[in-house]
Design a protein around this ligand. Structure first.
Ligand code: MN
Length: 264
């Protein structure tokens, strides 16, 4: 390349760096919000891959830049959700941008809990199968291993027939969403009789971890009860200590689940 050509090239590069296009490109570089959206889509696939979500259920995250909004996919099977499926909602669960896409019927669970619980940054609603029996029997779900410690202090059960008298089983409006949030109270998990459960967390990783270990704990508790002897559960002091002071390395589990979900 001749000297004049090289100078011209440098000039072009310098101009390109100053052009509005170049500025637009740097603004379009992966933002915090784009990273959150990617993680949220990944969380859906992780929860499907780990047997918590099947064709139904959903995960959401409070908007990182606006606490009065949350992010959630359009209505789609969780294993198939991609970043392009993620939409933005107000806390009364209306899409911020009008859309013709079908929305999750039970998105009101999410909006109502974000409104009631400023500490909650992510929510999973699932029908994870091993947990269902604990919502329909009088045997309470209780922590049997340290990874399920967050179940300490009693897990409330949402009884939808106390709030609607027409045989409704789904949380399809704001009133029922508020009722779920009220039954959850200040807890981490609420069971929904004959339906599923809701798990909350201070981060997306916490909510995913807790949804997975709610299912694992239910399986192990069922096994322990099946042995026929007296079951010794984690005490409230143990549950509180592990949950609030020694939560362990959740990032390690997240990395593993992420790799497993990517391989699918
Ligand atoms: Mn449901």
């Amino acid at each position: 390349m001749g000297r004049i050509h090289a100078t011209a090239l440098l000039l072009i590069l310098a101009l390109a760096a100053l052009s509005p296009n170049a500025l637009a490109q740097s603004a379009a570089a992966p933002s915090a919000e784009a990273a959150v959206i990617q993680d949220l889509a990944l969380a859906s696939r992780i929860l499907a891959n780990e047997g918590v979500l099947d064709a139904y259920g959903h995960v959401s995250i409070r908007h990182p830049g606006d606490p009065n909004r949350y992010l959630m996919a359009r209505s789609r099977a969780p294993a198939l959700i991609a970043p392009s499926d993620i939409l933005e909602f107000t806390l009364d669960s209306k899409p911020v941008t009008p859309t013709g896409e079908r929305l999750f019927t039970e998105r009101f669970i999410h909006g109502a809990i974000y409104a009631a619980r400023p500490d909650v940054k992510a929510i999973v609603h699932s029908h994870s199968p091993t947990v269902i029996p604990f919502g329909v029997s009088d045997v309470p779900l209780r922590p049997v291993l340290h990874l399920g410690a967050f179940l300490y202090g009693g897990v409330p059960v949402f009884e939808i027939s106390e709030f609607t008298g027409d045989g409704e089983m789904l949380v399809r409006d704001q009133k029922l969403g508020d009722a779920v949030a009220k039954t959850l109270g200040n807890k981490i998990v609420v069971l929904m009789r004959g339906h599923g459960n809701v798990v909350v967390g201070p981060t997306l990783q916490h909510a995913v971890f807790r949804a997975i270990y709610t299912e694992v704990n239910a399986r192990l508790q069922t096994t322990a009860i099946g042995l026929g002897g007296k079951v010794r559960y984690l005490s409230d002091a143990e549950g509180d200590n592990v949950t609030n002071r020694q939560p362990g390395n959740i990032a390690r589990a997240w990395e593993l689940w992420k790799e497993r979900a990517k391989g699918k």
